[in-house]
Design a protein. Structure first.
Length: 450
């Protein structure tokens, strides 16, 4: 009886792995491809901005307030929200405006004040890739689907490692490297298992570091931070599918959802302040923050100018605040002064985006994404080669399969820590228990027959 129960439990694991693959496969492929592209955001942004860099300069540079005025003249009824410090002398100045809730980027020649380009921020290629990656261009619904797929991908990895574990292996072939002499489904099984083994740790890391952005898990995590008083500072990441409050400046990061700034009351800066943008830009340049650096006027939540480094390598980020009337430095916070929890998340985010340790980080991320596509394709081919026509065909149990209570505990704890996963597992269990089990045709179609 004990051996029978073990086999039944093992069969359940096979079904979880199979169901997770069937549901997650299209999402995993989309996330892997868009994630691989987003790893190279700095390079793609550099290509996009190349026509607006190293412009011909024949005279004195204009002042920041003049540049903002030129940008506002090019986009009537817009409001000034951010001034981005040029990376190098001679680059066009990027002015960020808000027009009816939509973020507009204006490139201004630093000498002639000619507007060389105007574009909607959400229509930039990398931005679209990011929106697909985080929300599938579907807002909250897409964010929940992505989170659900990510949670089931964790199940895929955990169950895949257990199912891969060699029980009757003869050597390393088929364990650490595929047996290229095999043909058909057996070859794809080897390829699927071996690639999955090599990238499993990296995949788990990417999935776990993405959780702070997830709508359900990330929202719960922010509430825990608030209730426990873990940190008084605003989190350095946003939640996918959830817009920031309209009266705040948006956080300029990987999950920025946009904002509605203050009505314009000043001449250039958009606020009635005694300190000019020209002065704050000079102060910002002296800080030597990591690029890109954004200078933002006071908002309803803060009567201060803010200077923020928006570097993707989060440990390089810093921010400072200047008094709106005197221009004096009020505060400065570097990454090292953030709460330990925020630093852990920040480091994870930087590694997730491929920016923590240079091109090696990008390469590891790219290889992991390519491996995810490979195991998705091989898993699909294995399924189609094995499943009979007209039957979904969940895989059968191995005759001598056994499973330990420890693994069941891991899955249970994972389901508790990931509420979206836990809820979906309950749904799957109830459907199998009370619906499929009593519907013989569905029972056979799913492959649940002994």
């Amino acid at each position: 009886m004990e051996n029978l129960n073990s086999q039944q439990l093992y069969r359940t694991l096979w079904r979880w792995h199979f169901y997770a693959g069937v549901f997650s496969l299209p999402f995993v492929v989309i996330l892997a491809i868009t994630g691989a592209i987003y790893l190279f955001k700095p390079q793609l942004d550099a290509i996009h901005d190349a026509p607006y860099r190293h412009l011909l300069i024949t005279g004195e540079f204009s002042m920041p307030e003049q540049q903002v005025a030129a940008a506002l003249a090019a986009v009537p009824h817009a409001r000034f929200t951010d001034y981005e410090l040029p990376r190098e002398t001679g680059d066009a100045v990027n002015i960020l405006l808000n027009l009816a809730g939509e973020k507009i980027r204006v490139y201004v020649h630093p000498q002639t004040l000619q507007v060389v380009n105007v574009e909607k921020e959400e229509q930039r290629f990398v931005r679209i890739v990011h929106q697909v990656h985080g929300e599938l261009l579907m807002g909250k619904t897409g964010s929940v689907l992505v989170e659900l797929a990510a949670c089931w991908a964790i199940v895929l990895v955990l169950t895949g490692i257990y199912l891969w574990f060699p029980r009757n292996a003869n050597g390393l072939a088929g364990v650490l490297y595929p047996r290229f002499s095999l043909k058909g489904r057996l070859f794809w099984r080897d390829l699927h298992a071996v690639i999955g083994l090599w990238i499993s740790c990296f995949v788990l890391f990417l999935l776990l570091t993405a959780l702070p952005w997830a709508l359900v898990w990330g929202s719960a995590f922010k509430e825990v931070r608030t209730l426990t008083g873990t940190t008084a500072a605003k989190a350095d990441w946003n939640i996918a599918g959830r817009a920031e409050p309209a009266d705040e400046h948006a956080e300029h990061n990987h999950a920025d959802m946009g904002f509605t700034p203050l009505p314009q009351t000043g001449t250039h800066a958009g606020t009635d302040t005694a300190t000019s943008l020209d002065q704050i830009v000079r102060e910002a340049q002296a800080l030597h923050f990591a690029y890109p650096v954004l200078v933002s006027p006071p908002s309803r939540k803060s009567a201060e100018w803010t200077v923020t480094s928006d570097a993707q390598n989060r440990p390089l980020r810093a921010d400072a605040a200047f008094d709106a009337k005197t221009g004096a430095l009020v505060s400065r916070q570097d990454f090292s002064r953030r709460h330990i929890l925020d630093r852990i998340v920040g480091i994870g985010v930087a590694a997730h985006e491929g920016q923590l340790f240079g091109w090696i980080n990008q390469l590891l991320g790219f290889l992991t994404a390519a491996g995810l596509v490979a195991i998705s394709v091989s898993g699909f081919l294995m399924w189609r080669k094995r499943a009979p026509d007209g039957v979904l065909g969940a895989p059968p149990a191995m005759p001598d399969a056994k499973i330990g209570a420890g693994f069941v505990a891991i899955i249970t704890i994972t389901a508790i820590l990931l509420p979206v996963l836990g809820a979906s597992l309950i749904v799957v269990f109830l459907v199998e228990k009370f619906l499929v089990a009593r519907w013989s045709r569905a029972h056979r179609w799913l492959g649940l027959e002994p």
